[in-house]
Design a binder for this molecule. Structure first.
Ligand SMILES: Cc1cc2nc3c(=O)[nH]c(=O)nc-3n(C[C@H](O)[C@H](O)[C@H](O)COP(=O)(O)O)c2cc1C
Length: 346
């Protein structure tokens, strides 16, 4: 079975990608993920705050590589992973590249276009195959409008692209008013891929002691619907690669994301829940589904249920919402693919 996929110009042996998390900081896990069929691995993020804190220390003539680090990240389950210095981060990239022959994607996480971006060049020189840019910006300042927010992203992408030659993906939040037009702006700024979507940490409220709960919840499979909508709408309409991220719990979500037009499918929560070997379960499930349908490669079905390729493209839009409400409880004609060779199991 041919599971080869192309992501930002990189040829991957499989569309399954381990997304950024503490799991991918360990060389042992990286090797095991590669052995289990990961097509690529995204390292956990190195944060703007870390890079800037080190730069400031350097400027003050103090010791390099201190572990001083912002409180902002304390919601992560294993904060020690996120307290690494820049030298350790670069070292992990070098060692991971030496240990496995699949692409290693580094992750830069920041919010403003400033000097920290120069670190992207060091990431490239350390051997990263590509860079994922997580612009984790929450526009809590109510005077910022959407144009300000989009400009911020575009400026950061331009700066990062001018600092490196490796492909750059942008891990996007789902909260843009016009994701398609914004994706085109990012493409014009040089982005090579989009990761749909970043899963923002969101606080809850503890009603016992009336305090904010700032823990990080793992995702559930119901969460695929929003990324699935946008991979389906954007597939075939951009020159960017699309990575689906959020809610992969079983091989079924992997297949759905591929049918919607994603080039690769990322997973973190499932690996944290079940262990890194679970990637084999996802891979085996994908392979046996392809076999049951008579498909030999991803090209046989990838994108066949994107908006461009379904019998009723309005299924992705408002018209379908109204039709669904009107026919609530009544059977509806299925929206199928116009392009798929075999619509039913062999
Ligand atoms: C414990 C944990 C740590 C994470 N660390 C990072 C990170 O460093 N950088 C990043 O871009 N995303 C990070 N993420 C987000 C994941 O990469 C992923 O986008 C998100 O969990 C949604 O995918 P999932 O539903 O498969 O978990 C983290 C997620 C979890 C649960």
């Amino acid at each position: 079975m041919d599971l080869a996929a192309t992501y930002m110009g990189m040829r991957l042996s499989s569309p399954l990608v381990a997304s950024a998390s503490p799991l991918t900081m360990s060389l042992d896990n990286i090797s095991r993920l590669a052995a289990c069929g990961a097509g690529a691995i995204v390292l956990p993020s190195i944060f703007q705050e870390q890079i800037e804190a080190e730069n400031e220390e350097l400027e003050r003539g103090m010791s390099v590589g201190s572990d001083s680090f912002p409180e902002a990240l304390t919601y992560f389950p294993d904060p020690s992973v996120y307290e690494m210095g820049t030298r350790r981060y670069l070292d992990v990239i070098r060692r991971a590249r030496a240990a496995v022959d699949i692409p290693i994607i580094a992750s830069l996480n920041g919010t403003s276009n400033a000097g920290w971006i120069d670190f992207a060049g060091q990431i490239e020189r350390a051997g990263a195959s590509a860079l994922e840019l997580n612009i984790y910006f929450i526009p809590a300042d109510v005077s910022l409008d959407s144009a300000d927010v989009e400009r911020r992203y575009v400026d950061i992408v331009r700066s990062v692209k001018s600092a490196v030659n490796i492909p750059v993906a942008v891990k996007l939040s789902p909260y843009f008013s016009a994701p398609g037009a914004f994706a085109r702006k990012l493409q014009a700024a040089g982005a090579n891929g989009l990761v749909l979507f970043n899963r923002f940490y969101q606080p809850d409220i503890d009603l016992t002691d009336l305090s904010l709960l700032t823990d990080l919840q793992l995702s559930t499979r119901n969460e695929i619907r929003l990324p699935l909508l946008w991979t389906g709408v954007l597939a075939g309409r951009l020159e960017l690669s699309l990575a689906a991220s959020t809610g992969v719990e079983t091989w079924e979500e992997v297949v759905k994301y591929l049918l919607s037009g994603s080039d690769v499918v990322m997973t973190t929560s499932a690996l944290l829940r079940h262990g890194v070997e679970y990637l084999t379960t996802l891979r085996d499930g994908l392979v046996s589904w392809m076999r049951s349908r008579g498909y030999d490669s991803l090209d046989d079905f990838r994108g066949s249920l994107s908006q461009q390729n379904v019998t009723d493209p309005s299924a992705f839009e408002r018209a379908n919402y109204i039709a669904t409400l009107q026919s609530w409880g009544k059977p509806k004609a299925p929206v199928t693919s116009r392009t798929l060779k075999t619509a039913m199991p062999a």
